[in-house]
Ligand binder design. Structure first.
Ligand SMILES: O=c1ccn([C@@H]2O[C@H](COP(=O)(O)O)[C@@H](O)[C@H]2O)c(=O)[nH]1
Length: 224
């Protein structure tokens, strides 16, 4: 990835997505399309976005039995994504099968603990320990499964990278100082997350909801 900053284009509106991507394209290394965009626009929407000639990160966070996830990844192959996500909690076999089904050169990364969750949220779903321990546990499982890396917050990436020096680390929950957290609970600034070892920084609303998305992306890029 030449530029570490990926913009999360979370909107169901294809024209708005295209306009946002066109505005920020010179300051980002790629476009992240997630569930909101994909459920509204499907594969044809992804193809339209790919026409902008930036790497596409398909953040669909697949999580099902191994056969179903492998078939879903196979169905995404023609879109030639640069990165796709699966939930690491889906288990080793699921991650192995996702990697085997992914297109050549596509990085498969495992979501560990969503950046919108804190320790209390983990306890509420029956996961003991804090997010840090759970991220490292799932990072080990992802590495053993042979996928390329993980998604974690900036707060865990340094320790995760020490565990897995060759791993690829996607970090969302990235907020420039003073910007609105929204629903994110484990956050870091772009510069700090990069210094801690992030391979890719995912930034959505601080760019897409800004009055001037181009200026917002340029300002973040200048700190990297
Ligand atoms: O743990 C995770 C995994 C994925 N995401 C996704 O990243 C963006 C973040 O958007 P912001 O507007 O910058 O909060 C969004 O698409 C999430 O689905 C995440 O936030 N945390």
């Amino acid at each position: 990835m030449t530029r570490p900053l990926f913009v999360a284009i979370d909107t169901p509106d294809l024209d708005r997505a295209k306009a946002l991507a066109a505005k920020v394209r010179h300051h980002v290394g790629g476009i992240k399309l997630g569930l909101e965009f994909f459920c509204a626009n499907g594969r044809s929407g992804v193809r339209d976005m790919a026409a902008l000639d930036l790497p596409i990160f398909l953040d669909l966070k697949l999580h099902d039995i191994p056969n179903t996830v492998a078939k879903a990844v196979q169905a995404l192959r023609p879109l030639n994504p640069a990165i796709i996500t699966v939930h690491a909690a889906g288990g080793r076999a699921m991650m192995e099968d996702a990697k085997a089904a992914a297109p050549e050169g596509c990085k498969v990364v495992g979501v560990t603990v969503l950046t919108s969750l804190d320790g209390d949220d983990l306890a509420a779903i029956g996961v003991g320990g804090d997010p840090h321990d759970q991220v490292l546990r799932l990072a080990d499982l992802a590495r053993e499964a042979g996928i390329d890396g993980i998604v974690c917050s900036g707060q865990e990436v340094k320790a995760a990278k020490q565990h897995w020096p060759g791993g690829f680390f996607v970090v969302p929950g990235v907020r420039p100082a003073g910007s609105d957290a929204g629903d994110q609970k484990r956050m870091m600034t772009p510069r700090a997350a990069l210094d801690a070892g992030a391979s890719v920084l995912v930034v959505g609303r601080p760019i897409t909801q800004a009055e001037d998305p181009d200026a917002a992306a340029r300002t973040i890029e200048a700190t990297l």
